[in-house]
Design a protein around this ligand. Structure first.
Ligand SMILES: Cc1ncc(C[n+]2csc(CCOP(=O)(O)OP(=O)(O)O)c2C)c(N)n1
Ligand SMILES: [Mg+2]
Length: 286
């Protein structure tokens, strides 16, 4: 291999490794699709095909002791995290088999087959888990980052660890998102929020679910989703600051995703007389 070759700013070896991971995720997902159709995997599954570059690029800059939290569409995150930590071909193979076993409800799966597709977790490798509750992983990531921050003074090995929190544009409309980012910003927590903006909340176009197209908050750090290099570069930039930051309050929000283009606006609906209350209606309790 030509050692000087650069692909998208990456060395050829790194580029090939990331591409291999993306193909592994795609082939895994194609297999899951097939097994769902044959009722070998039971229930529903949200596939990650088409978004592989986000997980692979972002996770490629993590340290082995960092943490991630995942979504209802979580096979790709689990796959990329496990593949990045597993150092040998045998360890990678075991990782894929434990994932597939979990989806098939087998005891050999990561959660003994109890979690399945939407609740797969691999805590030993720093994957705190997927969740079927849209936006449910955002406070989990924020809490984990708070734990890292609180422990960083005591345990040297916790210094510089970060949490990477994946979620969709739909989840970014939840209260969990707003509260978590507010607290993370206030406390300067070592967490980076990665919004996978595929412009749909499953089948609902983002314009139906979010004011102003929903994408304005991510404008400052928008990365492409077709290749892993932009996500890798964005995540590397975003993790740099929280890794080295001392615990001081009133910092700007950690990853800067939220702050762009978010002008506060308040507007009242014109007052109209409400429906007439029947005279025998029960009085509301104080
Ligand atoms: C709290 C909650 N509300 C609603 C749902 C139903 N639901 C499942 S996926 C989804 C859309 C999520 O959109 P987004 O976060 O953009 O992720 P995407 O599916 O686009 O990857 C919804 C509303 C849910 N699982 N949890
Ligand atoms: Mg979406």
């Amino acid at each position: 291999m030509n050692q000087n070759l650069q692909v998208d700013g990456l060395s050829a070896a790194t580029g090939l490794d990331l591409l291999r991971q993306m193909w592994e995720i795609r082939l895994f997902e194609d297999r899951v699709y097939d097994l769902l159709g044959r009722n070998v995997i039971k229930g529903a599954s949200h596939l990650y095909a088409g978004e592989e570059a986000v997980a692979v690029g972002a996770i490629s800059v993590l340290r082995d002791d960092d943490l991630i939290t995942s979504t209802h569409r979580g096979h790709g995150h689990c796959h990329a995290r496990g593949a990045a930590i597993a150092k040998t071909e045998e360890a990678k193979q075991e990782h894929y088999e434990r994932m597939m076993a979990e989806l098939c409800g087998r005891e050999t799966g990561y959660c003994l087959g109890r979690g399945g597709s939407m609740h797969i977790a691999d805590v030993e490798k720093g994957n705190l888990g997927a969740t079927g509750i849209v936006g449910g992983n955002i406070p989990v990531a924020t809490g984990a980052a708070l734990a890292l921050r609180l422990r960083s003074g005591e345990a040297q090995q916790d210094n510089g660890r970060v949490v990477l929190c994946f979620f969709g544009d739909g989840a970014a409309q939840t209260g969990n998102f707003h509260e978590s980012l507010n607290m993370a910003g206030l406390w300067g927590l070592p967490v980076v929020y990665v919004i996978e903006n595929n412009l749909y909340g499953m089948s609902v176009p983002i314009g139906h679910a979010a004011a102003r197209g929903g994408a304005s908050w991510s404008a400052r750090r928008t990365a492409g989703t077709a290749t892993p290099a932009p996500t890798r570069a964005s995540t590397a930039r975003a993790t740099k600051r929280p890794r080295g930051r001392p615990a001081t309050p009133s910092q700007a929000l950690p990853a800067g995703w939220w702050t762009a283009g978010c002008a506060p606006r308040t507007r009242s609906t014109p007052s109209r007389p409400g429906p007439k209350r029947p005279s025998n209606a029960p009085q509301s309790s104080p």
